[in-house]
Design a protein around this ligand. Structure first.
Ligand SMILES: Cc1cc2nc3c(=O)[nH]c(=O)nc-3n(C[C@H](O)[C@H](O)[C@H](O)COP(=O)(O)OP(=O)(O)OC[C@H]3O[C@@H](n4cnc5c(N)ncnc54)[C@H](O)[C@@H]3O)c2cc1C
Length: 357
């Protein structure tokens, strides 16, 4: 299949080589955006199928698609690009682990409706009248969105990539220069290492911040994703298979991957505050818990880093890198849109970002 990737005009013999560090939702999505043109190798410590490893975030996500407000125009464009792709994919490839679902967004601090950019974008969006808002909620919207079942969606992405010739190599790097041991002729490196960007030699980004999450996968008849943000953070994310993730715990700087049993009651309390009476039982003992989950979200103070850099420090002087990390609790949400931007940066590195006459 490799010959399919050759660009007849620019690279008659060999397509440019791109190495991606990281096989989470970010690395896989970037690979999908690049694999039609480039020779892509994914190098990662944790690979698809490692569903019990806490070394990465992707298997542990909710993973709902919720639009975020209060961001830049550029960020909104990235969200929109991502949503369009995932919305369509849920229809064309239902086996991929994405499903369309009704969603409600509650704000308990925001009052200004003009901040809600997605009013005219998310399918079926309507502002909820005050009579439909729970106590303490200042603004609410209902719309259609998508949810992912991580184990299925990650595997689907991996299978597509493998079929089109992407190579997967399991390796933990202590320094970014070690990528050359795997792909000696690498043209561009994409750094999608999540929390790893904090510790990877040659990157060591001190702004990267671990955000501990704890959730429960429970049996439910509920079919609406609800997210409340502001003073109260709570989200039930039904997966339309009889299960829902309930959560709302975010603990910055906490790297413990041990389950905290005391949080069960708090998670349930929050779920009950945003759902109708009877949706979830009053006591944890009455919940049908399928799985209890702890995961570390790869946050970054100042937000996601999608950026080109030519490294200047030995032993990697001149190495071309596109950074793609720091997506925090929104990696699935950003995935397809972020990968489009990364692909543009890779193209800039390979072909230049202007035309010389
Ligand atoms: C409880 C919880 C709920 C969540 N809910 C949602 C949600 O509803 N919606 C949503 O969009 N997101 C959600 N998220 C966030 C989402 O899981 C993350 O944003 C996303 O998985 C990050 O993906 P990533 O590929 O950037 O990083 P990761 O999945 O962490 O992958 C990092 C990759 O880099 C590799 N790596 C790191 N360091 C090295 C190294 N030194 N050498 C080699 N390889 C290395 C790892 O092995 C891994 O392959 C949730 C997360 C948690 C924990």
């Amino acid at each position: 299949m490799k010959e399919l990737k050759q660009s007849a005009f620019l690279h008659p013999l060999m397509p440019p080589a791109v190495a991606i560090i990281g096989s989470g939702i970010t690395g896989l999505s970037v690979a999908l955006a690049l694999s039609r043109i480039y020779d892509v190798t994914i190098v990662a410590r944790d690979l698809v199928g490692d569903n019990e490893s806490h070394g990465w975030a992707s298997p542990w996500a909710g993973a709902g698609w919720r639009p975020h407000i209060g961001t830049s125009d550029e960020d909104i464009e990235m969200q929109k690009a991502s949503f369009r792709y995932m919305w369509k994919l849920a229809e064309t490839n239902p086996e991929c682990g994405l499903k369309r679902v009704k969603s409600i967004d509650y704000f308990d601090q925001v009052k200004d409706e003009s901040l809600v950019w997605y009013k005219d974008f998310m399918p079926g969006c309507r502002r909820l009248p005050s009579t439909e808002l729970p106590e303490g909620v200042t603004l609410g919207f209902e719309f259609q969105t998508v949810v992912a079942t991580p184990s299925i969606y990650l595997q689907w992405l991996k299978d597509r990539l493998s079929a089109s010739g992407t190579t997967f190599v399991r390796k933990e790097l202590s320094h970014i220069s070690e990528i050359k041991d795997v792909v000696p002729q690498v043209d561009v490196v994409v750094n999608a290492s999540g929390v790893g960007a904090k510790y990877l030699g040659g990157v060591e980004d001190e702004l990267v911040e671990e955000l501990r999450g704890q959730t429960m996968l429970v049996r439910t008849k509920e079919t609406t994703v609800i997210c409340r943000s502001g003073d109260l953070y709570a989200y039930p994310i039904p997966r339309l298979d009889g299960n829902a993730i309930i959560g709302g715990i975010s603990q910055p700087g906490n790297t413990s991957t041990e389950l905290d049993p005391a949080l069960r009651t708090e998670i349930l309390r929050r779920a009950r505050l945003v759902t109708s009476p009877g949706a979830y039982p009053e006591k944890v003992e009455d919940l049908e818990i399928v799985q209890e989950i702890v995961g570390i979200r790869p946050g970054r103070i100042g937000g996601v880093r999608v950026e080109k850099e030519v490294l200047q420090t030995p032993p990697v002087v001149g190495m071309k890198v596109v950074h793609a990390y720091g997506v925090g609790g929104t990696g699935y949400k950003y995935s397809a849109g972020l990968s489009k931007r990364v692909a543009d940066y890779v193209d800039d590195f390979i072909y230049g970002d202007g035309v010389v006459l």
